[in-house]
Write a protein that binds this ligand. Structure first.
Ligand code: A3P
Length: 288
């Protein structure tokens, strides 16, 4: 028996994905059938636990000249599948001007091909740190309630039997598209860690937003891990999370935390997966 709760959903190509329970086929079909992607919309796309919130905060501050505002980040940049499930597609149509969304939908769901003027920022993360972060998330989220072992989790991750399908296919789908289309910016969590200021400036250029060097400096400060952890607009204990601090969305924010958690066999399975991706012209990851 699969050790967590999910719903099974089919993409337009007939591939099956396990998604959080509230994202039923009806919800996904409503996005596919009725959600109109506008020219100047911007999507932040990730496999879960790859730095989505971090990129949301960067984009939100760039879009608002460094000003945080009173609402939680998820109000400014809604989670498309969640908003479609709880508020309906029509709630997303009401906003005028450039809209910002986050989504975890794989490339095969066809969001990108709807409108080639829309911008997409894809963030990929070292799969070992991503898997560790996802393990904490899926174990602590009461709707998903993962109850299996760490060992089993890693096998489910590689096989693509967790949420949102195979990590490797998710990354490869968006990576190959980013090679072909200028409106997809492909970044890694590790590169943001290495060069936060440089990435913020890069994202600003991609968004075609001009901000002063002073505002860039403010954004660097407001997107640091320590600032985001203590900011209730970026690190709420959501209803879906238990209240204790160790299960907050922003947990450790490290590169290389996987090391004491993976034994050599587990690590080499992940290395083999990355080698396979490299052999298929995958992204040039430099993993810690
Ligand atoms: P950890 O669980 O390893 O701490 P997502 O937003 O896609 O769910 O990704 C969550 C991961 O991104 C968490 O990783 C979180 O701590 C990390 N993260 C969020 N903001 C960050 C920041 N400002 N700096 C570094 N890591 C950040």
């Amino acid at each position: 028996m699969t050790p967590f709760v999910y719903t099974l959903v089919e993409d337009p190509e007939g591939n099956h994905y396990r998604l959080p329970v509230f994202m039923t086929q009806t919800v996904i079909d409503s996005i596919l059938a009725h959600f109109v992607v506008r020219d100047y919309d911007l999507f932040i796309v990730t496999y879960p636990r790859s730095g989505t919130t971090w990129m949301q905060q960067i984009v939100h501050l760039l879009a608002n000249n460094g000003v945080q505002g009173n609402d939680h980040l998820e109000v400014h940049i809604p989670y498309l599948e969640r908003a479609a499930a709880f508020k309906g597609i029509s709630s997303l149509e009401q906003k005028e001007g450039r809209r910002y969304f986050k989504t975890h939908l794989p490339f095969t769901f066809g969001l990108h091909t709807r409108n080639l003027r829309t911008k997409f920022i894809y963030v990929a993360r070292n799969p070992k740190d991503c898997a560790l972060s996802l393990y904490y998330f899926m174990s602590n989220n009461y709707r998903i309630a993962y109850k299996g072992s760490w060992e089993e989790f890693l096998h489910l991750f590689i096989a693509g039997d967790l949420i949102y399908g195979k990590w490797s296919e998710h990354v490869m789908g968006w990576w190959h598209a980013s090679r072909e289309f200028d409106n997809i910016l492909f970044l890694t969590y590790e590169s943001i860690h290495r060069n936060l200021k440089g990435i913020i400036s890069h994202v600003a250029r991609f968004m075609e937003t001009s901000v002063t060097p002073e505002v860039i400096d403010q954004i660097v400060r407001k997107t640091s891990f320590s600032e985001m952890v203590s900011n209730p607009k970026t690190n709420l204990s959501w209803a879906a999370w238990r209240k204790d601090a160790s299960t907050q969305p922003l947990r450790k924010g490290c590169v290389g935390e996987w090391q004491p958690h993976f034994n050599p066999e587990q690590s080499s399975l992940f290395d083999a997966m990355c080698r396979e991706m490299a052999a298929m012209n995958g992204p040039p990851f430099v993993f810690a």
